[in-house]
Design a protein around this ligand. Structure first.
Ligand SMILES: [Zn+2]
Length: 402
C-alpha cells in the first residue's frame, strides 16, 4: 500500500515531499518531548502549554536537522552529476531519492557518508550551545529548558548519525560498506548482496529488541512511554528489512539489463522483440552539450542520422541531423542539443520487450524512422532505425518471429 504525499516546497531546487506518515510521527514527537523529556529535565516543572511550545520548537529543529542530513546526501550527489528526484520526510525520518546510481564506488562512498557527517556536525553545534548555557550557571527554569533542549538535539543528532552508520543496507553505513566492497571486488551485485544480508540481520536485531521492550513495558506497567517506542522499533525493523531486500532486487534487475546490453540483446527469449534487433549500447548525447561540441566530438565518431538525448540514462528527446541542418552554422556554438532536439514523447521510444511489429508501426508513425529503446526501469539501453530493423529481420530465422 502506498500512502499519498504532498509537496511542501523546495530547497536548492529539490522538491521537499511530506509523506502522510510524517505528521502523526511529528505530533508524537512533540508529545514525547513535552510530556517526558522536559518534565524529567526541568525542576520545578513548567506548565503543560509551555512544555508543548518548547516541544514543538525542538521537534521543528530536529526535523530541520533530518532535512540537513538528507540535503547533504543530495548536494554531494549533485556534485557527482546525479540528479535528485526529491527529499521525503516520513515516519522514519527522511529519504533523499536520487535519479540513477552513483557512477563509481568513490562517489557512492562520498554520498553515503555526507549525511552522517552533517549530523555529527549538528550534534557538535548543539553541544556547543549546551556548554554555553551551562557555563552561564543560571538555575532558572528558562535556562534549564534551554539546556534540556540543546541536550536533546545533541543526543538526537548524535543518535541519527550513529544509527545511520550501522553497516547494513539501506542505511548510510551499509551504502558506505557496499562502496568499499564494490571497489575491492569490482562487482556491485556481490557487494550489494553482502550488505543486504547485513541489513536484514540488523533489521531482525531491531525487531527482537522491539519485542523485548514491548514485553518488558507491559510487565512493568510503564505502558505508553516504552510501548510507543517499542512499536516504532518493530515497524522500523520491518521497514528496514524490506528496504534492504528491495535495494538488492533493484540491483539484480539493473544488472540483468546491463548484461542484456553487453550481450547485444541476443538472449534467447528476446527473439521477436525489440531487444533482438536493436543496436546497443546507445550512443547518447547530453542535452547541455552545444551543437558545435556535438558535431566535433560525437558526430565525428558516430555516423548516425539520429541520436537519443539522455542524462543519467533517462531519455530527454531525440536529435536528428535533418533538423540540425536547418540551424545556421554561426548559431552552432550558442545552441545546445536540448534546444534543437525533438522533446520526448510517446512516439520517440519503445521498450526492449515490445514486439518487432509494434516497433515497425511506431517507426512509420513518428516520421523519424528512429526509436530509442528503454528497459523496464525506463533507462536508455539502445536504439533502432528502420533500416537496421529490416536487415535484422531478414537475417533472423523467420520461425522465431511471431
Ligand atoms: Zn543518510
Amino acid at each position: 500500500m502506498r500512502l499519498k504525499q504532498f509537496q511542501l516546497g523546495s530547497v536548492f531546487g529539490i522538491p521537499l515531499i511530506i509523506d502522510y506518515s510524517w505528521p502523526p510521527i511529528a505530533l508524537l514527537h512533540v508529545w514525547f518531548v513535552s510530556r517526558f523529556w522536559l518534565v524529567a529535565e526541568v525542576q520545578p516543572p513548567l506548565p503543560l502549554w509551555h512544555n508543548l511550545i518548547i516541544g514543538s520548537v525542538i521537534t521543528a529543529v530536529f526535523f530541520a536537522s533530518v532535512l540537513i542530513h538528507e540535503l547533504s546526501h543530495a548536494l554531494v550527489a549533485r556534485t557527482d552529476g546525479i540528479r535528485i528526484q526529491d527529499i521525503q520526510l516520513h515516519i522514519f525520518g527522511g529519504w533523499a531519492r536520487l535519479i540513477g546510481e552513483p557512477p563509481t564506488p568513490m562517489a557512492e562512498l562520498r554520498i553515503a557518508v555526507a549525511g552522517p557527517v552533517s549530523s555529527f556536525l549538528l550534534a557538535a553545534f548543539f553541544w556547543l550551545w549546551l556548554l554555553i548555557v551551562e557555563r552561564l550557571g543560571d538555575e532558572s527554569t528558562a535556562a534549564q529548558a534551554a539546556s534540556a533542549s540543546f541536550l536533546y538535539l545533541t543526543a538526537a543528532n548524535f543518535f541519527l548519525a550513529t544509527f545511520n552508520l550501522l553497516p547494513g543496507l539501506p542505511l548510510d553505513g551499509g551504502r558506505a560498506l557496499r562502496a568499499i566492497l564494490w571497489q575491492r571486488r569490482k562487482d556491485i551485485l556481490s557487494a550489494t548482496r553482502t550488505t543486504m544480508k547485513l541489513g536484514v540481520w540488523l533489521a531482525y536485531l531491531l525487531i527482537s529488541y522491539g519485542v523485548l521492550q514491548l514485553t518488558s513495558s507491559v510487565m512493568r506497567g510503564k505502558f505508553w512511554q516504552d510501548f510507543t517506542a517499542a512499536v516504532w522499533l518493530l515497524v522500523l525493523g520491518v521497514f528496514l528489512k524490506s528496504a534492504a531486500e528491495n535495494d538488492y532486487r533493484y540491483r539484480e534487475r539493473h544488472s540483468a539489463s546491463e548484461r542484456m546490453r553487453q550481450d547485444d540483446g541476443n538472449l534467447p527469449d528476446m527473439s521477436g522483440t525489440v531487444g533482438a534487433v536493436m543496436r546497443s549500447p546507445a550512443v547518447s548525447v547530453s542535452p547541455e552539450l552545444s551543437v558545435a561540441e556535438f558535431i566535433d566530438q560525437i558526430l565525428a565518431a558516430h555516423h548516425h542520422t539520429h541520436f537519443p538525448v539522455a542524462r543519467d540514462g533517462r531519455l530527454h528527446g531525440v536529435l536528428s541531423l535533418e533538423r540540425l541542418r536547418e540551424e545556421p552554422r554561426e548559431k552552432w556554438k550558442r545552441l545546445t542539443v536540448g534546444e534543437v532536439m525533438k522533446p520526448i514523447d510517446e512516439s520517440l521510444f519503445i521498450t526492449v520487450r515490445a514486439s518487432v511489429d509494434h516497433a515497425r508501426r511506431k517507426l512509420k508513425m513518428n516520421n523519424l524512422g528512429f526509436l530509442a529503446v528503454i528497459d523496464q526501469d525506463g533507462l536508455l539501453i539502445g536504439h533502432l532505425n528502420a533500416k537496421d530493423l529490416e536487415e535484422a529481420v531478414s537475417t533472423t530465422p523467420s520461425k522465431s518471429l511471431r
